[in-house]
Write a protein that binds this ligand. Structure first.
Ligand code: C2E
Ligand code: MG
Ligand code: MG
Length: 732
């Protein structure tokens, strides 16, 4: 029984529905013979039987109108009509009450008439009690069966309605295929998802609407009645939407498909055979799209949309396997932008990104169709050139790459020319596995950087040594601070009008345990690249301030100190805090300190460095532009930044002709115009001294006076300068 007290469908189907005695049987006795009418209930009494009595047709109809009877014992001859009349009434009212007709009449006609009118049995009077009881039992049993049957029919109909509802309102496509893979049934979801009319799909093979690449698989699985698939399956497939459907455009949806074969009995020989395939197809297109995006992101660089290191590695592995089989060659190009850091530092990251995208697009254009270009680091790209006819092909591509970058890139601040250093490693000569080839191409690229950038170079075993040197340098540099290997030397700065050494520039040296004394050109770039410059700058600042304080204590109260800082110090560090702390620690007046920075820092608008420079100037620290004139030609920044002096680069000083140098006079003119101090660097000859003095540049430094020297040597020069420094003619 289920919750409503109704027998469950299963119980009904298995026949366990009607338990004897579990239900009351209502029996109507219709007879005008009163003794007989009254005796029948006694004769037929049994548990669960309940009798009503009627003496006439009218009474019987009245009882029947009130309720349904399981059985009517109906006398043929009634005072107000024939029992057959009741049978007619029953038919007319579509009643299903079972009837056993009782008649004293011998004629066969009555029996036939009764049975034709739907009576269940006929019993002729007089009858044996046993005969009556048997007939009644049989009729009741039959009525019970019919009742059960009717109920099952009703419930089946109801459950079919339920299942149909479930199938038809399913969010998935539910279908049935015949053994040839043709649709025999499809729920309405197929129509709304795929855009076909129901009729357009019925009878068509599922393979027909599948994406091309899925067709052979579907035909093999579902379209071959000779070798039907006998297993339940789960597969992913793409189905095409109706191009003429309401969506208007043909596209493809991805489904997760579960199918199960359906078997039936052959009516001829009773054998089990496949009658079709039942399937459920769930639309997983959205999930697939999301997955695709995730996969794309995992394998691509967001900025340039090029493959990333991971995908490059995959492709390289594949190409290597291929090259191995075919005995062919391939090349890996490592491409690094020269001085890209500068662009980022100077113009800001968004301009840097813009440039990278531009470079990526030009690089791609210079490659062939089957080549792969990937971005593997900030300004690093790698290219895979599979199927090389000869290593010269790789050279050709490298040259093309250099050429394609010749045309300047348009940035907000003006045109910018990019150069790259390209290292080439060739399989199998330079390595047989992916990592080694990439590493060797990288090493070859470093060789280009070392020998002036903007070029290409093939890997060779000898380059390994250089590379190792560089790696060693990095490692040594990381430990140099804690091992106290840095030193400062000082180059005096002379005021030729006052004929005095008025200050010094602190210049960094690295006393390397194996390589001896190294100049900044040999390690400052590396320190910037690997993020060590901040610590080094702080060390330099500290030592230079300490030295200045010492000199001042020794009585040289008005000397100044120049300290070189890196653009990175302004970008990342708390340069204002670091400087102010030292000034306070060593009790130095701010005006005794000059910070030298290169022009690149100035070029960047909205740069945090601008704010820091302003703050430093506010507290009185001098800001000098080092190597002035070698960077960018835009001079607008001189107006925006509160700079205090310019340093004329020594390349301009060394190129001065006896009749002067237009650049040097321009720089002194600019300095005068902006009210800035000017210091000439790299003065090596008395002629240069003369010419600079004639242009009004009185502050100088250079080998003519002194190379960078120890603090003691400089201190001696504070006290007294050599008499031959100032030939008589320059003294005014
Ligand atoms: P700079 O600031 O322009 O320094 C002047 C460079 O020119 C020094 O080279 C100096 O030795 C050299 N020099 C001076 N007078 C003459 C001359 O008459 N003739 C010639 N040929 N050269 C002369 P140095 O010390 O090797 O420094 C090179 C560059 O390294 C410096 O150029 C500066 O940009 C950087 N640097 C030096 N010390 C530091 C430091 O502490 N921190 C940072 N970030 N950079 C530093
Ligand atoms: Mg300097
Ligand atoms: Mg300089």
């Amino acid at each position: 029984m289920d919750a409503d007290g109704e027998p469950s469908l299963l119980a009904e189907l298995t026949g366990a529905a009607e338990h004897p005695g579990s239900r009351i049987n209502h029996i109507l006795v219709v007879d005008d013979d009163a003794p007989l009418r009254r005796s029948l209930p006694h004769l037929l009494a049994a548990p669960g039987r309940h009798f009503d009595l009627a003496a006439s047709l009218a009474e019987a109809i009245e009882s029947l109108s009130r309720r349904h009877y399981d059985l009517i014992l109906l006398d043929h001859c009634l005072p107000d009509g024939s029992g057959l009349g009741l049978l007619d009434w029953r038919a007319e009212h579509q009643r299903s009450d079972a009837v056993v007709m009782l008649s004293g009449d011998d004629g066969i006609d009555i029996a036939i008439g009764a049975l034709r009118r739907g009576a269940d049995d006929f019993l002729r009077k007089p009858y044996h009690l046993a005969q009556l009881q048997h007939t009644v039992d049989k009729a009741l049993h039959k009525a019970g069966l019919e009742r059960t049957n009717r109920r099952i029919g009703l419930r089946l109909k109801e459950s079919e309605r339920l299942y149909r509802y479930l199938v038809e309102s399913s969010p998935d496509i539910i279908f049935m295929l015949d053994p040839h893979g043709r649709f025999r049934y499809l729920n309405p979801r197929a129509q709304s998802l795929l855009g076909y009319d129901h009729q357009q799909l019925l009878g068509r093979e599922i393979a027909e609407i599948a994406d091309e690449e899925d067709r052979p698989r579907l035909e093999a699985l579902y379209g071959n009645p000779e070798q039907p698939s006998r297993q339940a399956r789960r597969l992913e497939l793409k189905l095409q939407r109706n191009p003429a459907g309401p969506a208007g455009k043909a596209d493809v949806l991805t489904f997760s498909l579960s199918t199960e074969p359906v078997f039936g009995r052959d009516t001829r020989d009773g054998s089990r055979r496949l009658i079709g395939t039942y399937g459920v197809a769930r639309d997983i297109s959205d999930r697939k799209r999301a997955e695709d995006v995730i996969i794309y992101q995992a394998y691509h660089d967001q900025l340039t949309r090029l493959p990333n290191r991971l995908l490059f590695h995959d492709r390289l592995e594949l190409a290597l396997a291929h090259a191995q089989r075919r005995n062919s060659a391939l090349a890996v190009l490592f491409i690094d932008l020269d001085r890209f850091k500068l662009v980022n530092d100077t113009y800001g990251h968004s301009e840097g990104d813009h440039l990278l995208r531009g470079v990526a697009s030009r690089l791609r254009q210079s490659l062939r169709k089957g080549d792969t270009l990937a971005r593997v680091g900030g300004d690093e790209f790698v290219a895979l050139l599979p199927d090389l006819a000869s290593p010269d092909d790789a050279e050709g591509i490298a040259i093309k790459i250099l050429q394609t970058l010749h045309e300047p890139f348009r940035l907000k601040h003006g045109d910018f020319r990019v150069t790259v250093s390209v290292g080439i490693a060739v399989y199998p000569k330079d390595g047989e596995v992916a990592d080694l080839l990439i590493q060797h191409a990288d090493i070859a690229m470093y060789q280009v950087k070392r020998s002036g950038k903007n070029g290409y170079c093939f890997f060779g075993p000898e380059l390994n040594a250089n590379y190792r040197q560089r790696v060693c340098l990095e490692n040594d540099l990381r430990r140099a601070l804690e091992r106290d290997e840095f030193r400062l030397c000082f180059q005096p700065q002379i005021d030729i009008r006052r004929r005095r050494v008025v200050g010094a520039e602190a210049l960094l040296r690295w006393r390397h345990p194996d390589h001896g004394l190294l100049n900044p050109v040999e390690f400052v770039d590396v320190a910037e690249e690997i993020g060590l410059i901040g610590g080094i700058s702080n060390w330099v600042l500290d030592r230079a301030c300490a030295q200045l304080a010492r000199w001042r204590r020794m009585g040289h109260a008005d000397v100044r100190m120049s300290v070189n800082l890196s653009p990175r110090d302004f970008e990342h560090g708390d340069v204002v805090g670091e400087v102010s702390r030292r000034l306070a620690n060593y009790r130095l007046p701010a005006h005794a300190l000059d910070l030298e920075i290169t022009e690149h820092l100035m070029m960047r608008e909205g740069h945090a460095g601008a704010e820091k420079i302003a703050q430093l100037r506010q507290i009185g620290v001098g800001i000098a532009i080092d190597d002035f004139g070698t960077g960018y030609s835009a001079l607008g920044y001189l107006q925006r930044f509160p700079i205090s002096s310019l340093k004329i680069d020594r390349s301009f000083v060394s190129e001065m002709k006896p009749d002067g140098n237009p650049i040097v006079s321009a720089i002194t003119g600019i300095a005068r115009g902006f009210g800035l101090g000017v210091v000439a660097e790299g003065v090596e000859t008395p002629e240069q001294l003369d010419q600079l003095a004639a242009l009004g540049c009185n502050a100088m430094q250079g080998f003519y006076f002194s190379p960078p020297a120890s603090a003691e040597e400089v201190e001696a020069l504070f006290r007294e300068v050599p008499s031959d420094w100032f030939p008589d003619q320059v003294v005014q």
